[in-house]
Design a binder for this molecule. Structure first.
Ligand code: SF4
Length: 456
């Protein structure tokens, strides 16, 4: 009797696959697609309902960020999720000692190790999914062929994406740019409050540092800029002293007698270390806490070591004056020119103290980051009218966090890159704002955005 295609595939093609379910990447795909039973049963026998699997994190840290689930008593939780093949992998990978995992609420694994008690910390719910799949194992192999864009962005198209993409292009652009203006006005309010409290130059110094930190190191950079105010830094006449203070306070300056460095890096590191010990006592109350930097989570060119080097290069008085005036006047050309011309004899070629040389020398702040800083620093702080700013923004190069933009675009527009007619910088920022306000706040089924769009 002829068999149907599905039956054929299950009993022949798929059977030949050697238990791929046991790999972590397959487990992650199953979790991402929520192909698990509802409710899920934890090892402790508690029933939980998964609302959002979280955003797939392809960098260091937990596998999924900001998942949401509820327990049978109606309480809803939001936190990170870590997946493993075996329950014992939690201890084997020493996650309890790693602060990046402190927001993990669910530890999901294929099988619980029979000889071990649950190794996850008590506040983390443990779930073995071997017997809790919502589809036969062989059928889940089709997940290997998931569209790569969805996998890469860690997102899937959300409920409103078809509504958004069916709008006439000019209407879609208007909605996104309205959201972009909202984002810019929020930043202008924050900048005003900071200027009022700390003064214009310090507010710009903090905003710049935040922008150089990207999303991974935004907070430690802001803390560094607060701990070492620009006014105090400019009082040090020697540029290497300013550098030593920035690296020393940041804790990104290792002891040269205990750190393996190459001969090329050693003289520079020793000089900074000697100067830091001269200044250290005065700044000791401001030194950042240990473990606050995410060093491995960035590409070498964007390492915090290089970005602190960039900050220090900006503290030459004439360079600083030129840059801060460009912010005040809203002069994007000078703003970009100053940032892109920053250069350092060591950090132009290195990403860390180990002395390894970058494959090619690269600017401390490239065009993409400098352009992103236009929206993060100049736009919020420029002392000019919104109308003037709006005109200028038309000419700004599009830039920003490409990874985040891809995720937002996949979720809201169903594609990993915004279509050509909504690629203005303001529209891109609007996309990110909607993603932040709605997609990262609630699951689609609780979201009011589709209703808003239907009224358009
Ligand atoms: S969370 Fe809201 S805005 Fe985001 S995709 Fe779902 S419905 Fe749309």
């Amino acid at each position: 009797m002829p068999r149907n295609y599905r039956h054929w595939v299950r009993s022949n093609l798929l059977r030949e696959e050697p238990s791929p379910i046991l790999s972590e990447s397959v487990l992650q795909r199953i979790w991402f697609e929520q192909l698990v039973r509802h409710p899920l049963l934890t090892l402790a026998g508690e029933k939980i309902t998964l609302h959002q699997p979280g955003v797939w994190n392809h960098r260091a840290g937990p596998d999924f960020l900001r998942a949401s689930f509820s327990t049978s008593d109606g309480r809803t939780y939001s936190g990170d999720v870590e997946l493993h093949r075996h329950s014992s992998d939690w201890s084997a990978h020493a996650h309890s000692e790693n602060p990046a995992y402190r927001n993990v609420l669910l530890h999901v694994f294929w099988q619980a190790d029979p000889s071990l008690s649950d190794p996850s910390p008590p506040h983390i719910r443990s779930i073995a999914i071997e017997h809790q799949l919502s589809a036969p194992l062989t059928e889940l192999i089709s997940l290997f062929r998931s569209p790569p864009a969805q996998i890469l962005t860690g997102e899937k198209p959300g409920h409103c994406h078809s509504l958004l993409v069916s709008l006439p292009p000019e209407k879609l652009r208007t909605i996104l740019e309205e959201a972009g203006w909202h984002r810019l006005r929020l930043r202008r309010s924050l900048a005003q409050a900071r200027c009022h409290t700390h003064g214009f130059e310090q507010a710009a110094w903090v905003a710049l540092a935040e922008g150089l930190g990207f999303s991974e190191n935004r907070e430690p950079f802001a803390s560094l800029a607060r701990a070492v105010p620009i006014e105090r830094l400019l009082q040090l006449s020697d540029p290497v002293d300013r550098e030593a203070v920035l690296y020393g306070v940041s804790r990104l300056l290792p002891d040269p007698t205990r750190t393996p460095v190459t001969a090329r890096a050693l003289p520079y590191l020793k000089d900074l270390w000697k100067r830091w010990w001269f200044h250290r006592e005065l700044w000791s109350a401001h030194i950042l806490p240990p473990g606050c930097w995410k060093v491995g989570a960035t590409r070498p060119n964007n390492s915090p070591y290089r970005r602190v080097g960039a900050l220090s290069c900006l503290t030459y008085p004439l360079v600083w004056q030129s840059w801060i005036e460009s912010v005040r006047r809203g002069d994007a050309d000078v703003f970009l020119k100053v940032l892109r011309s920053l250069s350092h004899p060591f950090w132009d070629h290195h990403a860390s103290w180990d002395g390894r040389i970058l494959p090619s020398s690269s600017r401390l702040i490239g065009l993409d980051r400098a352009s992103a800083l236009l929206f993060q620093v100049l736009g919020p702080m420029a002392e000019c009218s919104e109308a003037n700013l709006g005109q200028q923004m038309e000419t700004w190069p599009a830039a920003g966090d490409a990874g985040l933009l891809r995720s937002a675009s996949m979720r809201l527009l169903g594609t990993s890159f915004p279509p050509a007619d909504v690629r203005s910088q303001l529209a891109r920022e609007g996309l990110l704002q909607i993603y932040k306000d709605f997609c990262r706040a609630k699951p689609c089924r609780e979201c009011s955005m589709p209703e808003f769009l239907q009224q358009k």
